[in-house]
Design a protein around this ligand. Structure first.
Ligand SMILES: NC(=O)c1ccc[n+]([C@@H]2O[C@H](COP(=O)([O-])OP(=O)(O)OC[C@H]3O[C@@H](n4cnc5c(N)ncnc54)[C@H](O)[C@@H]3O)[C@@H](O)[C@H]2O)c1
Length: 282
């Protein structure tokens, strides 16, 4: 039975996963190499708790219990000592992830399941760095994690059925719905979503419509809750560019990153997290 979860990487996704796990009753350690990211994660969790208390979604006692379930650290070894499940949410770089999984394999107990929150990359390639490919899997959460119902669960070549069963149980305890997807670059959602976002960016470049016009058209015309450019800003344009680059390398021309996306990332316009992307944020 999984009780202790360690989340590695306290950025956009890691802090959302950590919050969701803590309010679902898991004991959670959040680890990041950056002190500032750890600090921001703490602030984020507190904001989420306050927001839900003010709307009567959770009680003050439940919020206090969630706070007690959470520990924050920059020390990797200390972070994973008691972990039954590690969920990795560091940057979308294969080299970074494989190096981390090699280390996690050494530092964690034999029963620990290692999961990656990669949006696009091969869990088989990541698992091959460990001596426990049967206990390595992808759990792909969506942004913002507390609100989004889906987790894509992707088995690597050697992932055992028992591992899948255990992570699906974790997902259900977090009140999420798990969909099992076969391993293929971008799985189901990122592959489609990246193409829509990229096309929207190219349409801005071609002058088909404005940023606002394209987003409005998709919301009103196709009933998307957010426009593709708003969504790219929420994801983070640096993260989106890494996703596109990986899909372009593995699946070809259709996935070539839009020159506008490349330009924005070069300029440091990364979306909501920097206050400027396709939109301006206060
Ligand atoms: N942003 C999204 O909407 C979204 C959605 C689903 C999945 N993902 C995936 O989740 C992962 C994280 O994305 P994000 O948007 O949260 O990125 P982010 O840039 O917001 O955060 C990444 C964090 O990882 C930390 N980090 C880097 N190297 C580390 C290491 N060696 N050990 C510990 N921490 C380290 C960084 O300091 C940073 O705080 C990526 O694989 C991404 O593709 C992102």
């Amino acid at each position: 039975m999984i009780e202790h979860i360690t989340v590695i990487g306290a950025g956009t996704m890691g802090r959302g996963i950590a919050y969701t796990a803590a309010v679902s009753g898991f004991k959670v350690v959040v680890q990041d190499i950056s002190k500032e990211a750890v600090q921001q994660a703490k602030i984020y969790v507190e904001e989420q708790l306050q927001k839900r208390m003010s709307r009567d979604v959770i009680t003050a006692e439940e919020a206090a219990a969630a706070r007690n379930h959470l520990t924050y650290t920059t020390a990797l070894e200390e972070a994973v000592t008691h972990a039954d499940l590690v969920i990795e949410a560091v940057l979308e770089h294969m080299e970074l992830k494989t190096k981390l999984f090699k280390e996690l394999d050494k530092l964690t107990a034999a029963h620990t399941i290692l999961a990656t929150n990669t949006s696009t990359m091969s869990p088989t390639e990541i698992a091959a760095q460990t001596n426990r490919p049967e206990r390595t899997v992808a759990m792909h959460f969506f942004n913002p994690v507390p609100n989004m119902k889906l987790i894509e669960v992707i088995r690597g070549l050697e992932t055992s059925i028992e591992t899948v069963k255990q992570v699906v149980e974790v997902g259900e305890r977090m009140n999420k719905e798990c969909v099992q997807v076969e391993e293929f670059p971008g799985f189901a959602v990122s592959r489609m979503n990246c193409v829509i976002g990229n096309e929207a960016m190219n349409m801005v470049l071609e002058g088909v419509s404005t940023v606002e016009g394209i987003d409005k058209a998709m919301k009103l015309g196709l009933n998307h809750p957010m426009g593709p450019l708003e969504l790219a800003d929420l994801v983070g344009l640096d993260t989106r560019l890494r996703n596109m680059e990986y899909l372009y390398q593995s699946l070809g021309e259709k996935y070539r990153p839009s020159p506008l996306l490349v330009k924005y990332v070069k300029a440091g316009r990364l979306g909501r997290k920097t206050g400027q992307g396709f939109y301006h944020y206060e």
